[in-house]
Design a protein. Structure first.
Length: 227
């Protein structure tokens, strides 16, 4: 469970990105942060893995203030998926994913086995593992990004507009895949998008943010008020 308690963020240049925002993300659910560009979604998400610290207020993970945790350990329990998958260009697809279990001290062989399982799990054909990221479509690269984020089996996944750069048909596929994975794995997912339809499709809970970093609504998709 992730709790934002009265978090506020003002950047060095004076921009207020998040204003006195409180929100609880229940464990094992997909919570979507939705709103127009610049409303503070990324800022809020990056507070969870401490890429950004709030100016005031706190973020709790399973009841503990994240400032009391070792940042490296904290991040190991948090998978992070971004819009342009962020793969290592000079490593094969399989090695991109295997890198993570290797970092945790698994043998090369075990790491590759785990990577192959994960690639299958996110719906990639086996033979793509030998290719390099540029040889994959945008949608396939995003799948690799998801596989890599899952490689450490983190309880928490942060997903920042992961499907926004792919065409609508592929996006719908990726969304279905995420819902299927979520059924199997039950991660605590914080998902950022500016697309309300995507938010409604994916979210167990949807947090609607407004320009200036205000929380306008926080509800199950069926209970969102029309605007
Ligand atoms: P979103 O993810 O909803 O697009 P962001 O969290 O990226 O919003 O940004 C919220 C606001 O904070 C925007 O006005 C943005 O320009 C500003 N901002 C983001 N990062 C920084 C930064 N490092 N320094 C100053 N302002 C920033
Ligand atoms: P995103 O797709 O995450 O919204 P942006 O293109 O808005 O990314 O920002 C890219 C980077 O620049 C981020 O690290 C963000 O925090 C930072 N940034 C965004 N807006 C500003 C700003 N107004 N001043 C300084 N840095 C900013």
């Amino acid at each position: 469970m992730i709790e934002f308690q009265s978090v506020h963020k003002q950047y060095g240049n004076g921009t207020v990105a998040v204003q006195d925002l409180s929100l609880t993300v229940e464990a094992g659910t997909i919570t979507v942060l939705v709103g127009p560009s610049g409303c503070g979604k990324t800022t809020l998400m990056r507070m969870v893995n401490r890429m950004i610290d709030p100016s005031s207020g706190s973020v709790l993970l399973d009841g503990t203030d994240i400032r009391e945790r070792d940042p490296a350990r904290l991040r190991r329990g948090i998978g992070y998926v971004i819009q342009q998958a962020g793969l290592f260009p000079h490593r094969t697809v399989l090695d991109n994913v295997a890198t993570v279990p290797r970092l945790f001290g698994n043998s090369r062989r075990d790491a590759r086995r785990r990577a192959a399982e994960l690639l299958e799990r996110v719906g990639l054909p086996n033979d793509l593992g030998k290719r390099y990221p540029v040889q994959l479509s945008g949608g396939q690269q995003q799948r690799v990004g998801v596989a890599r984020a899952l490689a450490a089996d983190p309880p928490v996944l942060l997903m920042d507009e992961p499907f926004s750069a792919v065409d609508p048909v592929v996006r719908a596929d990726l969304q279905d895949e995420l819902l299927r994975l979520q059924d199997e794995l039950g991660k605590t997912v914080l998902f950022v998008t500016h697309d309300i339809d995507e938010a409604i499709k994916l979210g167990d809970r949807v947090a609607v943010l407004r320009q200036g970093g205000y929380l306008a609504q926080y509800a199950a998709p069926d209970d969102l008020l029309a605007e």
